[in-house]
Design a protein around this ligand. Sequence first.
Ligand SMILES: *Cc1c(COP(=O)(O)O)cnc(C)c1O
Ligand code: SF4
Length: 318
Amino acid sequence: MRRAVRDPAELCRLLDLPEKVGREGGNSTAGFPLFVPYPFLGRMRQGDVNDPLLRQVLPIADELESPPGFAIDPVGDGEAMLRPGLIKKYRRRALLITTGACAVHCRYCFRRHFAYSDAPRSVDDWQPALTAIESDRSIDEVILSGGDPLTLVDDSLAALVHRLAKMPHVRRLRVHTRLPIMIPQRVTDELLAWLCGTKLKPIVVVHANHAAEIDDAVAASFVKMIDAGIVVLNQAVLLRGVNDSVDALEQLSLRLVDLRVMPYYLHQLDRVAGAAHFEVPITTGKRLITELRDRLPGYAVPRYVQEIAGEASKRILA
Ligand SMILES: *Cc1c(COP(=O)(O)O)cnc(C)c1O
Ligand code: SF4
């Protein structure tokens, strides 16, 4: 992460792109600068400004446009925050914002305006959230989210998980992370030790949007997790110019299931300010899913979902 590319001009040099491509997004990075780790960059095509991986991370002038309906907190997380860093929107599941840091800055991210200063930074800061989980016996699954929880060091994560595992009503531990895609070397034996070393049944939800994100090193990280007994699922976001074709979605699903990773969700874009240019109409998304269903085994077709603030679950669109 220390070596990650933070300068658009450097990114353009490394990818053999015209300098002006890097300058275009200059002002749109305010508060959410470019951040791309090398292993991910290495999977982008040289000289292709439309590369589907590059599009996910390169700030462009379109981010400055904010049509009506695109907001700072489109999914109502602010309201669902019970304690600093603890969000409980759905039955049984509590989501812990463990950190604001990520191993990449995805331009379409709905947390790009999130008040991370409110999120806990150390194990002690988790105390109020842990006390709330401990006293709510309806919670049987804790989701570590962020930011990306795997940007934290294993000692902190192990301490947190041991606290959770002591709570009799908590049975499952879910980790939402993009790190196995961004820096697959993060999946170490030390990581598996705390993830698989308690009574909690481990589930890891990774986030790949395009088959080209999954090279051999990423595949090896999946194998390592699955062979350790972890259920590994993928969630993707439907993104214009990245994966809004039936071929792209088919290739992604095939790559995943061939590696024993189940396509879980395809998310409709959350309408966050700055990401309007990524939006694909829901009618198009539904058509893509219908065509995908004609091509793939049922288990390889993700559920197409949308997050609606205040609803009891994600809404299934198709
Ligand atoms: C998406 C989400 C979950 C998990 O929902 P599942 O449908 O079980 O994957 C939990 N909490 C919050 C706040 C969420 O946004
Ligand atoms: S890794 Fe996830 S939380 Fe982090 S910027 Fe990307 S989409 Fe957002």
